[in-house]
Design a protein around this ligand. Structure first.
Ligand code: FDP
Length: 419
């Protein structure tokens, strides 16, 4: 049955939007403006979010669902290995009851968004899509034209999927309730175009996403609740710890377009075959090497790092845990998706630490660090703030930042020993 949710698509003011109409022509009108903003979180909302954070039991429905996964008798299908089309793989996961039909629709919508963004990124230099959009996002960062367009692509495919209840994006000030939902009600968090400062030089970029089940206590009742209550519930629905993630993934736009994702049962990679326009499985069960002598940090910030971190960095140049052995190699694209992808394939460590200027670093917990940590853990690696497991951190703000270290288990543990 069709359910209408009359909550506004809250957006940053005065965005240039005309250029995306060719892709997504029919945007609905905005029935209600939401002024709630994580930066302007009222003390009562902040208190309730943090109270919920303290009570959060990351292992509730999700753990039950994962551990007691029923297998439909007689279903022998399994993911078909290398060469399997993404759409077939999704259907196989649904048949095996690893995901439900609603989540299958959300995943296939995300696949579509990634294909559209890949095409836009590839043609950016020819179609006038490079450069700034002329606006800043809620975090004060200059938005690129492609940031804005990619965000619209993601928002529109998720809205049209009819299976998403709430979305939260790096490029949106506040979480947004989707106006029409037919079922599923999934919460999708995403960074539509990460690493976009690289775009004008045609260097790798990517999209990152995470999918949560809707918390039943946070589903707004549009019939009886006022706008501020609905806003509050929307934020609370999004502020879930990474342990609740049902699915996490990224799509890298590089020499190939590669979609990597996990539904909590290993990590799979699909490369876009441009001749048929479909993602095909190219990485059947990715595992991160246990150790690896590559580090990926913006070392330009060294002077602002803690003494422990400086000592760690110095030690890598003398062989790391095996002091006196070959020094580590530095590799830093400055695009999280590209740096992360290399790290999980080759081993090593990626880090964006806090420093004296930005104690929580730069990267955002909800739609960067938590999804990447789930992928890392599912591939046998580790994601850490330096002090704790990233997936255990319960967000109190939508755009919250955390120090982030991810990659080979032994490398992340070696770093933690200095923090
Ligand atoms: P960008 O600002 O280009 O979007 O998340 C933001 C991010 O890129 C990451 O993709 C990247 O790893 C990091 O910032 C780079 O930051 P520095 O330029 O400070 O190294």
């Amino acid at each position: 049955m069709r359910r209408s949710i009359a909550l506004a698509r809250a957006r940053a003011p005065a965005r240039p939007r005309g250029s995306t109409d060719a892709i997504t022509p029919d945007r609905p009108s905005i029935p209600l403006q939401v002024s709630f903003n994580s930066r302007k979180m009222s003390s009562s909302v902040a208190a309730r979010v943090s109270a919920r954070a303290m009570m959060a039991k990351p292992t509730n429905k999700v753990a039950a669902r994962r551990s007691a996964k029923p297998m439909r008798s007689g279903v022998a299908a399994r993911a078909g290995g290398a060469g399997t089309p993404f759409t077939t793989w999704i259907l196989q996961q649904e048949m095996e009851e690893n995901i439900d039909g609603e989540l299958a629709v959300v995943l296939s919508s995300i696949g579509l968004a990634c294909k559209q963004i890949a095409s836009l990124v590839q043609r950016a230099g020819l179609s006038g899509m490079t450069g700034l959009a002329g606006e800043t996002n809620v975090q004060g960062e200059d938005q690129k034209k492609l940031d804005v367009i990619s965000n619209d692509v993601f928002c529109d495919v998720l809205r049209q999927s009819g299976r998403t209840g709430v979305i939260a994006s790096e490029e949106e000030d506040v979480p947004v309730a989707v106006e029409e939902t037919f079922g599923g009600n999934y919460v999708v968090v995403f960074d539509p175009l990460d690493g976009s400062s690289n775009i004008d030089a045609a260097v790798s970029t990517g999209s990152i996403f995470g999918i949560y089940e809707s918390d039943s206590t946070c589903i707004p009742d549009f019939g009886t609740e006022d706008a501020s209550k609905i806003e509050e519930k929307c934020v609370m629905n999004v502020c879930q710890p990474g342990t609740n993630l049902l699915c996490a993934g990224y799509c890298m736009y590089s020499s190939s377009t590669i979609l990597v994702l996990t539904i909590g049962q290993g990590v799979y990679g699909f490369t876009l075959d441009p001749t048929v326009g479909e993602f095909m499985m190219s990485h059947d069960k990715i595992t991160v090497p246990e150790a690896g002598k590559i580090y990926s940090f913006n070392e330009g910030n060294y002077g602002m790092w803690s003494e422990g971190l400086k000592k760690y960095m110095d030690s890598l140049k003398n062989g790391g845990a095996e002091q006196g052995s070959k020094p580590y190699s530095a590799r830093y694209i400055g695009s999280l998706v590209g740096d992360f992808h290399r790290t999980i394939l080759y081993g090593g460590i990626y880090g964006y630490p806090g420093d004296s200027k930005n104690p929580n670093g730069k990267l955002r917990l909800l739609y960067e660090c938590a999804p990447m940590s789930m992928i890392a853990e599912q591939a046998g690696g580790k994601g850490s703030t330096g002090k704790e497991r990233v997936l255990d951190v319960v967000p109190t703000k939508v755009h919250q930042r955390v120090p982030f270290f991810v990659g080979s288990k032994k490398e992340v543990e070696y770093l933690e020993s200095f923090m």
